[in-house]
Design a protein around this ligand. Structure first.
Ligand code: NAP
Length: 253
């Protein structure tokens, strides 16, 4: 991999949510432009090698810094080194962003109800989108569904509330719906495809998944993405291709 494709950036902050989940911010070079929902490729020097991984940007396209949300993959060449990140450390950032999990891809159906369904660190692109006023102006309803295993893994909850107040001020159609799959006491604790199949998700939100009015974005666990896609297709929703269709997806690893 050619090192010229990267710029060298500095870590500005590190926030640890749990032993295995953390977020970090780093400097953003002026040339790095992205659309909310896209991902960056970040490189870390491990010995003489540059190890590179894709990370969805958490921050808004208008922020001066870049924020990312990461899990520590046991024995993973990248994250097991990345977890020791400290303020001032250097990271490599590929100069161009990637990815098509952006609202720009939707032409039909016309925007009305936006469902953002994420698991684990797959929440990241949705936090970016929610910090873009355009998202709020396009949709009458925005539902953010965030599935984690345990309550301690529910990162960004306070930020989500703040974002909804700041960016969604006056918008009455925002709902944040956590799912905690390994807590039987949680209001919603089944996996997403089950909650779609049995109608519990729609009941909780008070909206129908309607092929005429719904855009759904999925991001996270690849098996969740596949299974949820199937559950949505069974409800008549279609994959978005060349601008048309309801469902857009990003596998997270
Ligand atoms: P996860 O296993 O992805 O679980 C997060 C949420 O997704 C949980 O609520 C989980 O429910 C749910 N889920 C899992 N499979 C699903 C499916 N088929 N359909 C619907 N929902 C599903 O947990 P994580 O903490 O985000 O990640 C766990 C492991 O994934 C890590 O240990 C790591 O190895 C790997 N990972 C790798 C990367 C990478 O970049 N390489 C990134 C993220 C994660 P349940 O509680 O029912 O399982």
């Amino acid at each position: 991999m050619s090192i010229e494709k990267f710029s060298v950036e500095k870590v500005l902050s590190v926030h640890r949510w749990t032993n295995t989940l953390f977020s970090f911010t780093m400097t953003r070079p002026a040339h790095f432009k992205f659309t909310a929902g896209q991902f960056a490729r970040i490189g870390l020097k491990v010995g003489d090698d540059l190890v590179v991984r894709a990370y969805s940007v958490v921050s808004s396209p208008f922020d001066e810094t870049l924020e990312f949300f990461s899990i520590v993959v046991p024995d993973g060449a990248f994250t097991s080194n990345l977890q020791h990140l400290e303020v001032g450390d250097e990271l490599y950032l590929e100069k161009v962003p990637y990815g098509f999990l952006t609202l720009a891809r939707y032409q039909l159906p016309l925007p009305k109800d936006l469902w953002l369904l994420g698991t684990g660190t797959g929440l990241a692109p949705f936090i970016s989108m929610l910090q873009d006023f355009e998202t709020w102006s396009k949709y009458q309803s925005i539902t953010l569904v965030y599935s984690v295993r345990t309550a301690s893994e529910l990162a960004y909850v306070t930020r989500i509330e703040e974002i909804a107040q700041t960016f969604g001020e006056g918008h009455t159609g925002f709902k944040f719906v956590p799912i905690i799959t390994r807590d039987p006491q949680a209001t919603l604790h089944d996996r997403l495809p089950i909650l779609i199949e049995n109608g519990e998700l729609e009941k909780t939100v008070g909206l129908a998944l309607n092929p005429e009015t719904t855009h759904v974005m999925l991001c996270g666990n690849p098996q969740m993405v596949d299974d949820t896609k199937d559950a949505l297709k069974a409800r008549g929703l279609t994959m978005n291709r060349r601008g048309e269709g309801n469902i857009a997806v990003e596998n997270y690893w």
